[in-house]
Design a protein around this ligand. Structure first.
Ligand code: NAD
Length: 246
């Protein structure tokens, strides 16, 4: 699973799963642009990647902004001379039962998780099309496949991301650009730290492998889908969930 000489953009790369993906791609040879709304965290990750001997940049980008994502792609192509891999990982939650869910919580989650991926995808496709090679990996979720009480906005955004994945896969296959999704189950990060011990225990009882996943478990799946090892795979959803949904 070699990604040597590839230039990758990882959104939401400042912490958690995005950080693990950025570091995994770098450790397998890629130059990595770490994109996040939190520039301080993105810079820390990017500095670590440079210490590994790879080229890296940290960029402050809100993926919801069409202008910022277009400028991001332009800047990366100009400075790194290529864009081979895009990982749409930036995501948020604003949980609540539907009857109590505020309109702004619905909009915020759909905007970051779904519109953000659309913006970044559209921005990089221009360059990937020129190079006739590209790998786009979207970080969906098990709840986009199964649904989840209290997460209508989040589940809808992740199910939407799966639809986006399959549509991009169909539109760009002829240009040698693949687009796949990874659907993680419950992974130990800041996003799941907020769950109570009781909720975590209940969740674990529904996971055949008997534990929450690690960010590295997700990063390995992304590496596979970003590398030449997955050349004949497009429009697919790789479930990394300890067997929680089969
Ligand atoms: P996290 O909250 O630890 O990290 C998310 C990162 O995205 C942060 O660095 C944040 O600053 C950045 N971000 C948020 N909004 C942004 C925006 N508008 N523009 C750019 N960057 C932005 O979350 P995580 O657990 O590492 O999750 C990463 C991805 O994996 C998300 O898409 C999430 O939905 C998905 N996921 C997580 C789990 C889990 O259990 N943790 C499970 C399934 C899917």
């Amino acid at each position: 699973m070699n990604v040597s000489g590839r230039v990758a953009i990882v959104t939401g790369g400042g912490q958690g799963i995005g950080k693990a993906i950025a570091e995994k791609l770098a450790s397998y040879g890629a130059d990595v642009v770490v994109v996040d709304v939190n520039l301080e965290k993105a810079t820390e990750v990017s500095e670590g990647i440079k210490r590994m001997g790879r080229r890296s940049m940290a960029l402050k980008v809100d993926v919801v902004s069409t202008q910022e994502t277009e400028e991001m792609a332009e800047k990366v192509f100009k400075e790194m001379e290529a864009i081979h891999i895009l990982v749409n990982n930036a995501g948020i939650t604003r949980d609540g039962l539907i009857l109590r869910m505020k309109e702004e919580d619905w909009d915020a989650v759909i905007n970051v998780n779904l519109k953000g991926a659309f913006n970044c995808t559209k921005a990089v496709l221009k360059y990937m099309t020129k190079m006739r090679w590209g790998r786009i990996v979207n970080i969906a979720s098990v709840v986009g496949v199964m649904g989840n009480a209290g997460q209508a906005n989040y589940a809808a955004s992740k199910a939407g991301l799966i639809g986006l994945t399959k549509s991009v896969a169909r539109e760009f296959a002829a240009r040698n650009i693949t687009c796949n999704a990874v659907a993680p189950g419950f992974i130990e990060t800041a996003m799941t730290d907020v769950l109570s011990e009781q909720v975590k225990t209940d969740l674990i009882s529904k996971i055949p492998l008997g534990r929450l996943g690690g960010a590295g478990d997700v990063a390995t799946g992304v590496l596979f889908l970003a590398s030449n090892a997955s050349n004949y795979i497009t429009g697919q959803v790789l479930n990394i969930n300890g067997g929680m949904a089969m």
